[in-house]
Design a protein around this ligand. Sequence first.
Ligand SMILES: *[C@@H]1O[C@H](CO)[C@@H](O)[C@H](O)[C@H]1NC(C)=O
Length: 438
Amino acid sequence: METKTTISMLLLCVLLSISLPAVRTDYVRPQPRKNLQFPWNPKHPSLPQQVHLSLAGENHMRISWVTDGKSAPSIVEYGTSPGEYTLSSQGEATSYNYLFYSSGKIHHTVIGPLEHDTVYFYRCGGQGPEFQLKTPPGQFPVTFAVAGDLGQTGWTKSTLDHIDKCIYDVHLLPGDLSYADCLQHRWDTFGELVQPLASARPWMVTQGNHEKEKIPFFTDAFASYNARWKMPFEESESASNLYYSFEVAGVHVVMLGSYTDYDELSDQYSWLKADLSKVDRKKTPWLVVLFHVPWYNSNYAHQGEGDGMMAAMEPLLYAAGVDLVLTGHVHAYERSKRVNKGKSDPCGAVHITIGDGGNREGLAQKYVHPTPEWSVFREASFGHGELKIVNSTHAFWSWHRNDDDEPVRSDQVWLNSLIGSGCLEEKTYESRKILFSP
Ligand SMILES: *[C@@H]1O[C@H](CO)[C@@H](O)[C@H](O)[C@H]1NC(C)=O
């Protein structure tokens, strides 16, 4: 294929995947920062690169990494003392092609059973450096770091540095990871950028528009994302890496896909209904859902884009008594009251948009006026969130703005779970029926 054709196809892909830029106002906020530069160094073909972790079913973790060489083994050796690997697991590997790009060998190896709240030392592929991870606790308290729409700019670096200073157990990412936008080597540099954090704590992600990278007739949507960021969909009885669930220390977390079918006849809808109907609130008193495109958004950017998914799926979330919904897409921060059907409702979920991780597109600064009745706090700044679930009824949420590179805690609130609120009982009849109807 000619270079010209390749370039025009890449342009087509970029056009298909990029979201509309936000409208700017006169108020000057920090400017977007440039993409980081990653010098290329030759690497040993078996050297593990882009190491990241994810939870993979009860007491198990998946370790994913890339090697340039195709013969590197997918083995992980691990143990609780440095340099003493008493245990090992053999995994699987995959790779993909995208126009003229051929990925390295992408390894996925599940380790476990692992003890709760324990530090393990591990090595990938039988050689290379030793990494260190900590497993999440088996019970409350548990802390999540949350940042969406990351990209790989100076602001991304600042957000990651702040998250690195916080004490947390699991990272939650509501979509838009690398902003590779069809330039596949950017997936590799993103993997390198996040490795220091993602090799130490599980990163649980769901897809955004920037993961799609579809070129009609040439490449499938989500080819790179699915190959590189394998999540525990099989472990949660889902047929697709684009939606799944997991449990950690008394929290049931559902990851949904804004860019795969969600109507009532879709596989995602049937899976969600089945997954929610199995949630045992005695075992997991907290129910948290993540997806990319917000349903409650009073920013001009992406206004109304989540309406279709909301119409289809909000009744299920309401019936299940979801406590908290975390989304991205809009490059700003917004927190709602408990809401349902577009207005505040004490039995609905709190919705938080946190698409302000630091990507190159900049902030979404223009808001709808007057502020809707359900919107409690909104601000267009880069930053990250921390969710500390203290016990079965109380959680502390805080949002930290990247202000002159210092993480400033800008919004904070105690959240109460729906356990003991009367909402779950009250809804047992009418609202909950939808979950259990055939
Ligand atoms: C849960 O934590 C909150 C906040 O620290 C505290 O006020 C409450 O008493 C705790 N509840 C239980 C059952 O321990």
